[in-house]
Design a protein around this ligand. Structure first.
Ligand code: SER
Length: 319
């Protein structure tokens, strides 16, 4: 029986990945961890406080639960990392090193670790960015993701750890707010459309970025983790494409449901980060190796986001 530990589980991705893993493996086999206890344990199941910088705490949890897999999600995202580069390096790299070392020492063979489109930089081809191309990021977040990919490949080759990874595009979901990312606007815009009917965007109107709806991201993650290792030809991290759009295109898509929605642009440093990232991603290697295929396109995302956020608003009013 698998015992799966998830770090940083209260973040945007963990909030949606945890229920999917609990459904698949049983809540009693999923050890949900984060640096703080949640206000309410909506997950049900097991929760433990874990600071990924504390390797001995990680080893204690292994002793307690006999962990067989780790999903290591704890990290500082791109925009926040720019204001605290040393801390971002510490958390993103030392946290990953602790997980890899603990896994190696304790015989935990299977690890999931998220990489990002942040590995790419200004000299990367912008359209249909290939799986293998220049990875010279000019953000500290990107630096930690490139180094993390190399570290994972090293632990795979040297010690046989089965580490799997996706280069996520910006992730969009209604269950949790992202925190500190460049692509966060694509979540905030839906909340503001419903709250105030207008949004001030920190990216410029033509900032085209690859994005993915959370159900696709969760499915991609689980599909990658389930496929036979022999089928995987990439031991760093897979490009996965969802959909590519600009803030202007999201606004247009929202207007199909909320006709009076308005957007204004006040680009800040996040726009510079966005400009260094791809417009769109070539994920042909993921499609070939494990049959990856995106399901949600922009108007599907908009429809689903708005309908779920409206439900949440209605429920909040009743309470
Ligand atoms: N969504 C992330 C960010 O904006 C990129 O992986 O930082």
């Amino acid at each position: 029986m698998e015992k799966i530990l998830i770090t940083g589980a209260l973040g945007q991705l963990g909030t949606e990945l945890v229920p999917a893993l609990q459904k698949k493996y049983g809540a009693e086999n999923i050890i949900v961890t984060d640096i703080h206890r949640p206000e309410s344990n909506d997950f049900g199941g097991i929760f433990e406080v874990l600071d990924v910088l504390d390797k001995s705490a990680l080893l204690s949890l292994h002793k307690k639960y006999k962990i067989t897999q780790i999903y290591h999600l704890a990290a500082v995202l791109s925009a926040k990392a720019e204001s605290t580069p040393a801390l971002a390096w510490h958390i993103n790299m030392d946290g990953l090193m602790n997980v890899l070392e603990a896994a190696h020492e304790q015989g935990i063979k299977k690890i999931y670790w998220p990489s990002s489109i942040g590995v790419f930089g200004p000299d990367t081809p912008k359209d249909n960015t290939p799986q293998n191309t220049f990875k010279n990021p000019n953000t500290i977040y990107g630096v930690t993701k490139v180094a993390g990919e190399k570290l994972c490949a090293y632990y795979n080759e040297k010690f046989g750890l089965d580490i799997r990874s996706l280069r996520y595009p910006g992730l969009i979901g209604y269950k949790a707010m992202p925190g500190g990312g460049t692509t966060d606007y694509a979540v905030e815009i839906y909340h503001e459309a419903l709250k105030s009917g207008s949004y001030t965007c920190p990216l410029s109107e033509n900032a085209m970025l690859p994005m993915m709806y959370m159900p696709d991201a969760v499915r991609a993650t689980l599909e990658l983790m389930e496929v036979d290792r022999e089928r995987l030809t990439v031991n760093s991290s897979y490009n996965v494409a969802g959909v590519s759009f600009t803030p202007d295109m999201v606004a247009e898509s929202i207007r199909k449901i909320i006709p009076g929605f308005t957007i204004t642009y006040k680009p800040d440093f996040r726009d510079t980060i966005a400009a260094s990232w791809p417009n769109s991603i070539d994920d042909s290697v993921a499609r070939r190796d494990w049959n990856w295929k995106v399901a949600y396109h922009l108007d599907d995302i908009t429809k689903d986001m708005i309908s779920h956020l409206r439900e949440i608003q209605r429920a909040e009013k009743v309470m």
